[in-house]
Structure formats: C-alpha cells, structure tokens
Design a protein around this ligand. Structure first.
Ligand SMILES: Nc1ncnc2c1ncn2[C@@H]1O[C@H](COP(=O)(O)OP(=O)(O)O)[C@@H](O)[C@H]1O
Ligand SMILES: [Mg+2]
Length: 378
C-alpha cells in the first residue's frame, strides 16, 4: 500500500505541458542571473482557477533558486501590493542575518511602502505615501535588495507574484512605474506573475503604460500531457496504468489539470493504493468516477453558492447555450436585456474565476461539467 502520488488541490510536483512557459521564463531569469541585467518586461501567466498557475509559479521559484536568484514570492490581495512585496523582501534580507544589520534603508523604505509594524525612522514618511514617493521607494527597495542579494552570493532577485488580479490599483501603479524607471539600470532583477484570465483588465485599468506587461494565457492540457501527468507519478512508484482505462480517464479529465489530479487520486484509492508492481485497471473506473463526480460537484456547488441574482441568470443562460464560447450578445438576447446590462454580473463572475473570456465577446465556464451542474439545478 503506497500513498497516492497525485495532488488534487495542491501544487503539482511535476508540470507536464508547461515546457514552453518554463523555457521562455528561463530566458527571463537568465537576464539577471547570467548577464547581470534588468529584465524590463513583467510577464503574467493568466488562466482560470485550476489550470496550474500557482504550480507553474512554484516551479519558477525553484528554477530561480537553481540559477542563483533570490526569490521574493508573494500572493497579492492581502494588503497593498508594494507593501506585500516590501514585507517579503524585508523578511528575506533579515533571514540573511547580515552582521550589523542591512542598514537604515530597509526600515526607511519599508515604512514608506507601508509595511505593517515598521516604525518611522525619519518621521517624515507616512504609510500612505503619495505615488511618486512610493514609486521612488519601491525602485530603491529593488535596487538595494538586488545588490544586497549579490553581496550574499546570489545573482540577483526574482519578484514572483501570484493572484495578481487581486492587487490594489495604487500598488500596481507603484510597482509598474518603478519597473519602468528601472529600465536603464543594471539592477539584476526580474518580475513574474500569475493571475486569473481578467488580470489584463485589472492592470490596464490601473496602469496607463500596460505595454510593459506581457500576458500569456495558459491552456488546458493536451491528451498526451494528461497521459504523462497520470502515468509518470505512478511509474515512479512501480505502478502501471492499463491502456484502455487510461484512455477513458484522459478523456474524462477534459484536460483540466485539477480534474487530472482528482482522477489520478481517485483511481489510486479505488485500486486499493497499489504496491509496486500493481496496476490501475478498468475495475477501478466506476468507483473513481463516483468519487470525482462528488468532488467536482462540491467545486461547482461552492462556486454557485458564491453567486446571486443577475449572476445566476447569466450562468443559467450560458449553461443553456452550452457553456463554452458563448457570445455575450446571445446571453443578452436570452435574458432580454442589452449586452451592456450584463457588465457588472459578468465582471463579478470573472473576478470569482467562474467564467473566463474565451475570445472577442465570448465567454466560457472555467471548470468542465459546470454547465451540466447548472442545468441539473433547474
Ligand atoms: N501541468 C500540470 N499537470 C497536471 N496537474 C497539474 C498541472 N499543473 C497543475 N496541476 C494540478 O492542478 C490543480 C490546480 O493547480 P494550481 O497550480 O493550484 O492552479 P491555479 O493556481 O491555476 O488555480 C492542482 O491539483 C495541481 O496539482
Ligand atoms: Mg493559484
């Protein structure tokens, strides 16, 4: 009996299908790490919940460490973005335990950027600094953190931000303007982020010069990548998938990474948590499906329960129209309203990660099976 190697609801250990992303990001990490240069663009990998953004960013964190960068990894949303990053940079620097301390600058900048619990040293700054002052402070924070990292034997810093869509406007402005001002510098730093599909809207709203950001959509996995995600963890434990059932499971996941892990895990336990030499076979399929259905059902239920009124009408209309690549105009027609009247509900459902923009004027559900769930409610 071996523990399941699958990771439903947790960061994936391996991320098949993300080689292209890792390669491009590797090129960005190399700028500071190998050439001592500043990486001027802020790359943001975007996609619905469960597509694997956090897993990708965690892998990037490892890669950054491997190549010699000191990662500053944060999740946006629990405080102003610039303060959240400053706070993490501060903890990192404190962990280095520099004899005599890093210098007054760390307290001064932390205070200006509003890091909680840092007292003023100059008594001039305030935790709600005006934008130019905050931008200057953030720029200096990155410069000094990078040079301190170098003194500690690292090559530079990698700022990594998850859930970028939750960042505050002021924080986004501060960070984006500071990054722009650093363009001509030799600061060895790189900035990478991940966020839900509507992150470009959030960023464009906050920042005028959004062309510094490079948004890269993440897609569901292709069949051969799902196969790899299912078979590799099992093989590593000496367990084999029967070919026929593997095909059925691959099809059932619809390429949605969260479903891949649910299926792997459910097959594993339905097959009795096999020992080395064991098989994941057809006999486990029905029990696994029942378990996956339950889990997907609670996911759908949790999402549905976060919606109300017009949002539910919109979701129901979308479900009736198939749930994938549904034209906004069709939804409006079904609800007998003007397309513009859908705006607030649509935005709120995007924010909640329940729907995503699938192309110009098109919307899709983010989780497979959601349309069926909604239709069954009626
Ligand atoms: N490339 C991948 N292959 C297989 N499973 C993955 C992959 N990336 C992520 N997962 C799994 O998918 C689920 C969602 O991953 P996560 O990184 O939390 O997504 P997100 O941050 O986009 O919501 C997790 O259960 C994770 O283990
Ligand atoms: Mg995530």
């Amino acid at each position: 009996m071996q523990l399941s190697p699958y990771t439903p609801g947790r960061v994936a250990r391996e991320i098949p299908g993300r080689e292209a992303q890792l390669q491009e990001i590797g090129g960005m990490l190399a700028l500071p790490a190998l050439h001592g240069l500043f990486s001027g663009r802020i790359r943001v990998d975007i996609g619905p919940r469960g597509v694997g953004k956090t897993s990708l960013l965690r892998k990037v964190r490892q890669d950054a460490l491997t190549i010699g960068l000191s990662p500053i990894y944060v999740t946006a949303g629990n405080g102003p973005l610039s303060a959240v990053i400053a706070d993490e940079a501060r903890s990192q620097i404190q962990r280095w335990g520099i004899p005599g301390g890093p210098g007054d600058w760390l307290d001064r900048l932390s205070f200006t950027l509003g890091v909680p619990g840092v007292a003023s040293v100059t008594a001039q700054a305030s935790p709600h600094s005006p934008l130019p002052q905050a931008t200057r402070a953030f720029r200096e924070l990155i410069e000094r953190t990078a040079s301190t990292a170098r003194e500690q034997g690292h090559k530079g810093v990698a700022v990594l931000v998850d859930e970028l869509q939750d960042a505050d406007d002021e924080g986004l402005k501060t960070v984006a303007y500071a990054w722009q001002e650093l363009q001509d510098s030799k600061t060895p730093a790189v900035f990478l982020a991940a966020g839900l599909s509507h992150t470009p809207d959030v960023v464009t709203e906050a920042v005028t010069s959004a062309e510094r950001f490079a948004f890269r959509p993440m897609r569901d996995l292709q069949d051969h990548e799902v196969r790899e995600a299912l078979t590799d963890p099992a093989s590593a434990l000496g367990v084999r998938w029967e070919t026929r059932v593997l095909q059925d499971v691959v099809a059932a996941t619809c390429g949605y990474p969260y479903a891949v892990q649910l299926w792997g895990d459910a097959m594993w336990s339905a097959a009795g948590s096999p020992d080395s030499g064991g098989v994941l076979g057809a006999g486990a399929f029905d029990a696994a499906r029942a378990s996956v259905d339950q889990d997907m059902n609670s996911l759908h239920r949790a999402r549905w329960s976060k919606t109300k009124g017009r949002e539910r009408e919109l979701l129901t209309a979308m479900a009736q129209l198939g749930g994938i690549d549904v034209a906004r105009s069709e939804i409006a027609r079904a609800l007998h309203v003007a397309t513009s009247a859908l705006g607030p509900a649509r935005q709120s459902l995007l924010d909640k990660g329940i729907i995503q923009i699938a192309g110009h004027g098109l919307l899709s559900f983010t989780a497979p099976g959601f349309a069926e769930y909604v239709l069954a409610l009626e």
